[in-house]
Structure formats: structure tokens, C-alpha cells
Design a protein. Structure first.
Length: 488
């Protein structure tokens, strides 16, 4: 089918919208009516109808599923027909015909044909072939359903052919219109270019006429000016000699500037090397500080580990103190036999108290050490950030030195080039002095030539006048052609 994808999607979306409206009207409304009338199948059919209507509503809004929407709706209709036929035990020809009529909305006959064949097979399988006899075939509506299906398929194929023909004719008309518009645009563009060319040429002719008039008047003054020119030649000779000394001084200054540029480039190179060395040192210091920070972190972890060990020792001392106290109580009960054991338990209790006190003091010291380690770690991080900033500054300084070295090299090259051009200019000045000397002899010859040119300019002025009159006729023709194009 010679229709664009966007056009085909739009056709399918529009047909789905129509099917959606028809389904809500012919499926949902009768179900509600039957339910209100007391028919138990009415409200029983309401839930499946709402589900199918919701599915069609969703499909009507999804453009990327436009081409497969008929097949999805076809599958839903077939499943719904299977459900209704299985529940009721009878094949509903009216419902099947309604489904076929809805599927006939789409420009493709394939979903309709599949739906029709499926409906017929469903009627034969579920009813057990009870409507195959001629009489039952006519009364059950299966034969009429078959006729409607064939008619719908034929109509779809005829409509598709008409749609293709209309699309081709529309495309041909559109292309012909585009070609006509393009041709008119090209003609208008050509006349626009002609107008611009004519306007420019008219201005040039007017300018030429004016220049010719000025030349005619100017060359009449040239003869008088040539005599004055001869007197000015001697003054020009003196004026050319004076800049010659300045040119020599400029050549010497260019040499000095080239030498200074070379020296500056050497110093810049040394500075760049020193900055690079400083950057390497800062990088090394940054690595050392990073290692130191890692060591501080490890030391802090070991400090916490020691705190844990001291906690265990303190707990053991407390347990020992309790055991010694219990032993002293038992020794007191034993009387004279327990006096020696009482002395030992007192010493053990004293030792446990000392151990607990020492563990507490060590814990306090470790807390102070941990606090100091955290402070040092913070200071190390600050120093690390400062070194990183210094490293960035050193990198920028190195880049600046490289840029200065490049600029200095360019200045040195330009100074050398300027010195060479100064020498060439000095040589040209000498030649100018020689040429000025010969101008005097040429001035006399120019006077005679000026008289001849004056005669030629007068002839050109009359020719330009004739050309101006011809352009007025051409302007009238162009205006008439523009009027014809605007009417189109």
C-alpha cells in the first residue's frame, strides 16, 4: 500500500476510536438494560464488557500499537465469544456478526477473515456440530454470518483499492503542485537576480557616466598639473632622503629587539624548568603527606585497639577485686586457719585496684593521644589541600612560562622578519630615488598623452549617454515581467 506510515497509523487510530464508541453503545448499554430487566445474564455480561471496553480504550490511545491493534481486538473478541458460547451452550450469531462488523472498520481484511473463521470453528466445536444440518444452518444464523463475512472482506478489498488509487492521485497532484511552485519560485528567483543585476549595473552605468564627466574635467586639469608636478619632483627627492636615515635606525633597533627576545626566551625556558622541578617536589611532598595521613589513620586504629585491650584488663581487675573480696570473707569465716589466706587476698585486692587505676590512667592518656592524632590528621588534610593547590598553581605557572616562551619565539621571529623587511625597504628607497629622478622626463611625455586621453574620454562620455537611454527601455521590460509573475 503506497501510504506513509503516519497516514496508516492515523487511519487505524481513527477506526479504533469508532470501534470504541460502537462497543460501549452496543455492548455495555444492553448489558445494563438486561440486568435492570431482571435477566441474570445482563449483569453477568457487564464485567467482561467493561474489561473489553477498557482494553479497547487503552489501545485507542497508544499510537505505536496502531498496526497491531486490530489483531489484539480480534483476539479479545474471539476469547469473549468462546466464553459466551461455553457458558450459554449456544452460539450467538448476532454477537459474532457485531464483532465482524466492527472488525470491518479496519482497512486490512486479515483480522476480519481470522475472526470469521474462528467464530465458525467455535460454533462447530463448542456446540458439537449440532448446527451443521441444512435446516439448523439456516436457523442458527451461521450461513448468514458467513455471507456477512464474505461481503465485509470484499468491501474491505474494494475500499483498500480505492484508498490506494486516491493516495496515488493525491501524491501525483501534490508533486505536480510542488513542481509548479518550484518552477514559479525559480522564475521569480531568476527575475529577482535579474533585477539585482540590473540595479547594480544601472548604478555602475550612472557612476561611469559621472566618472566620465569627472575624467573629462579632470584631464583638462592634468595638463596644468603636470607642469606643477615637475617642480614638485625635486621636493620629493629631498623627502625620500630624510626617511632613509630613519630606516637604517629601525634596522639597528630590530637587531637589538631580536637579541633581547632570544635572551628572554632563554630566561623563560630556565624559569619553566625551575617551575617544573618545583612541581615535582610539591608532588613528592604531597605523596609523603598522603602516606603520613595513612600512617596516622592506622595509628588511630591501633589506639582504638589498645583501648579495647585496656577495657578487657579493667574488667579482669574488677573481677579479681571481687574474687579477692570473696576470699577475704571466706578467710574471716575460717578464723585462725584463714589468716594467711586473708593476707594474700588483701594483696590481690590491692593489686587489682592498682591495675584498674593504671588501666584508667592509660585510657585517659590514649584518649588524649587519639584526640591529638585526629587534630594532626585534620592538619595533615589541610596541608594536603594546600599542597594540591600549590601543585595546581605550579602547573599553571609552568603553562604560562611555556606560553611566554612561545610568544617570545614569535616576537624573535617577527623581529628577524622586520629586520629583513627593513633592509628590503632601504633598498627600495634607493630605487625610489632613482625613479623620482626619471619622473621629470616622463612628465613632459605625460602632458602630450593627457591631451590624447582627454579626446578619448569625450568620446566615451557620449557612448555612456547612449547606454543610459538603453537601460531605461530594459527597466520598463523588467517591470512588465515582474507584473506578470506577481499575477501568477
Amino acid at each position: 500500500m503506497n501510504i506513509s506510515r503516519d497516514q496508516l497509523d492515523k487511519v487505524y487510530m481513527d477506526r479504533t476510536q469508532v470501534i470504541l464508541v460502537l462497543y460501549w453503545i452496543f455492548a455495555l448499554v444492553p448489558s445494563i438494560y438486561l440486568g435492570l430487566s431482571g435477566d441474570p445474564m445482563g449483569f453477568g455480561m457487564l464485567v467482561p464488557n467493561v474489561i473489553i471496553g477498557t482494553v479497547i480504550t487503552i489501545l485507542a490511545r497508544v499510537k505505536r500499537l496502531a498496526l497491531i491493534t486490530p489483531y489484539i481486538i480480534m483476539s479479545v473478541f474471539i476469547l469473549f465469544n468462546v466464553f459466551i458460547t461455553y457458558v450459554s451452550g449456544n452460539w450467538d450469531a448476532m454477537m459474532a456478526t457485531s464483532f465482524i462488523a466492527m472488525m470491518a472498520m479496519y482497512p486490512s481484511f486479515v483480522p476480519l477473515a481470522i475472526t470469521a473463521v474462528s467464530m465458525i470453528l467455535i460454533s462447530l466445536v463448542i456446540t458439537g456440530g449440532s448446527i451443521v444440518s441444512p435446516d439448523q444452518l439456516m436457523t442458527s444464523g451461521l450461513f448468514g454470518f458467513f455471507q456477512v463475512s464474505i461481503t465485509c472482506i470484499t468491501l474491505i478489498r474494494i475500499i483498500n483499492k480505492l484508498l490506494i488509487d486516491m493516495s496515488l492521485r493525491g501524491r501525483e497532484v501534490y508533486e505536480a503542485q510542488q513542481n509548479s511552485n518550484m518552477l514559479l519560485e525559480q522564475i521569480a528567483s531568476a527575475f529577482g537576480t535579474l533585477n539585482e543585476f540590473y540595479a547594480g549595473l544601472e548604478n555602475k552605468v550612472a557612476t561611469t557616466e559621472k566618472v566620465t564627466y569627472e575624467l573629462n574635467r579632470g584631464f583638462s586639469e592634468v595638463a596644468q598639473g603636470i607642469e606643477t608636478q615637475t617642480e614638485s619632483v625635486s621636493g620629493i627627492h629631498l623627502l625620500v632622503e630624510e626617511p632613509n636615515d630613519g630606516i637604517q635606525e629601525m634596522a639597528r633597533n630590530s637587531s637589538v629587539m631580536s637579541s633581547l627576545s632570544s635572551h628572554t626566551r632563554e630566561i623563560t625556558t630556565q624559569g619553566s624548568e625551575q617551575v617544573a622541578g618545583m612541581r615535582e617536589n610539591i608532588h613528592s611532598a604531597n605523596l609523603m603527606i598522603q602516606m603520613f595521613a595513612e600512617e596516622m589513620v592506622e595509628l588511630n586504629q591501633q589506639n582504638h585497639h589498645i583501648k579495647g585491650i585496656l577495657t578487657v584488663i579493667n574488667d579482669m581487675a574488677n573481677q579479681t577485686h571481687l574474687l579477692a573480696l570473696n576470699a577475704a570473707i571466706e578467710a574471716a569465716r575460717a578464723g585462725e586457719h584463714g589468716q594467711g589466706f586473708a593476707v594474700v587476698s588483701a594483696e590481690i585486692r590491692k593489686l587489682a585496684e592498682n591495675s584498674s587505676h593504671s588501666a584508667f590512667q592509660i585510657t585517659e592518656i590514649l584518649n588524649q593521644v587519639g584526640l591529638r592524632i585526629e587534630q594532626l590528621t585534620s592538619q595533615v588534610q589541610i596541608g594536603k589541600v594546600s599542597l594540591e593547590k600549590s601543585l595546581e598553581s605550579a602547573q599553571r605557572s609552568e603553562d604560562m612560562f611555556e606560553l611566554i616562551a612561545q610568544n617570545t619565539s614569535q616576537v624573535s621571529e617577527q623581529a628577524k622578519e622586520m629586520a629583513g623587511k627593513t633592509i628590503s625597504f632601504e633598498q627600495m628607497t634607493g630605487k625610489i630615488l632613482e625613479e623620482v629622478t626619471s619622473i621629470s622626463s616622463v612628465a613632459e611625455e605625460s602632458s602630450a598623452a593627457a591631451e590624447q586621453i582627454l579626446g578619448g574620454v569625450s568620446h566615451q562620455q557620449s557612448f555612456v549617454k547612449q547606454m543610459t537611454d538603453s537601460f531605461k527601455v530594459l527597466d520598463q521590460l523588467i517591470q512588465e515581467m515582474n507584473g506578470l509573475i506577481m499575477k501568477q
